[in-house]
Design a binder for this molecule. Structure first.
Ligand code: HEM
Length: 215
């Protein structure tokens, strides 16, 4: 396909994997407002684990020429997710941070790729471009379904990114400009697909509690 940049290819070649994660029963029921608010808290508790591994890994690779352009302070999520959890669970929120098996596997993969710039960017793309794309829709749906003000869903709120649409375009230009040869591009696409499956597995683990959360 001529004229297609790497960002477009990445999106196209992972579209099916994205659809797999998106169609998870846990997310479908959560977004439909069919679950108790504890289900949203449970999701945030797991997501906290992921950012607690991903963000220090990105910080450690800030000096790398490939990672540096992506390592934007305005994207940082851990403080926002922590704030949401404190608001939902109170001061003792940290005692609720128990990773599910799929979260442990996801976090382990993040650790494994922490020293590989292309792999780290693949996971960076999944989380942050996801938060700035579908995450913005997710935030609106969750706010409506669970009676929470959008401002209280800080996990998907990027005060330092006034236009998610423009940021997404900028992010795609960074992906297009990343100095990867074809073989490395193949590996990055494969890692992103793997990342979607890790997310799908995480939703499946969360789905184990669906009967308890249905209302
Ligand atoms: C119920 C769950 C989800 C919903 C409703 C959802 C929804 C969406 C939507 C509407 C878009 C925009 C598509 C477009 O621009 O045409 C999008 C893009 C995206 N989503 Fe999701 N998504 C979900 C789960 C996930 C997960 C689990 C991840 C990975 C952690 C993810 C990562 C992404 C990424 C990286 C993009 C940008 C793709 C690109 O333009 O390259 N999404 N999502």
């Amino acid at each position: 396909m001529t004229g297609e940049g790497f960002a477009a290819r990445l999106r196209r070649e992972t579209a099916q994997a994205h659809a797999g994660a998106e169609r998870s029963p846990f997310m479908a029921e959560l977004l439909a407002g069919d679950l108790a608010p504890e289900a949203l808290t449970a999701l945030l508790l797991q997501v906290h684990h992921l950012y607690a591994v991903l963000e220090p890994a990105v910080d450690a690779m800030r000096g790398d020429v490939v990672v540096a352009p992506f390592a934007d302070e305005h994207l940082r999520r851990l403080p926002a997710v922590s704030e949401d959890l404190r608001a939902r669970l109170g001061e003792g929120w940290r005692s609720h941070l128990v990773p599910l098996p799929a979260t442990e596997r996801y976090a382990q993969r993040l650790q494994e790729v922490a020293g590989w710039p292309g792999g780290l960017v693949a996971h960076h793309y999944l989380r942050y471009l996801g938060d700035l794309s579908g995450g913005q829709v997710v935030r609106r749906l969750l706010a409506r379904a669970y009676g929470v003000a959008e401002e209280e869903l800080r996990s998907w709120d990027f005060p330092g990114v006034p236009s998610p649409k423009r940021y997404r375009d900028h992010y795609r230009s960074l992906l297009d400009a990343a100095p990867w040869d074809e073989a490395e591009r193949d590996r990055v696409v494969a890692e992103a697909s793997r990342g979607y499956r890790l997310n799908e597995d995480l939703f499946a683990d969360l789905g184990g509690s669906l009967p308890a959360w249905r209302r």
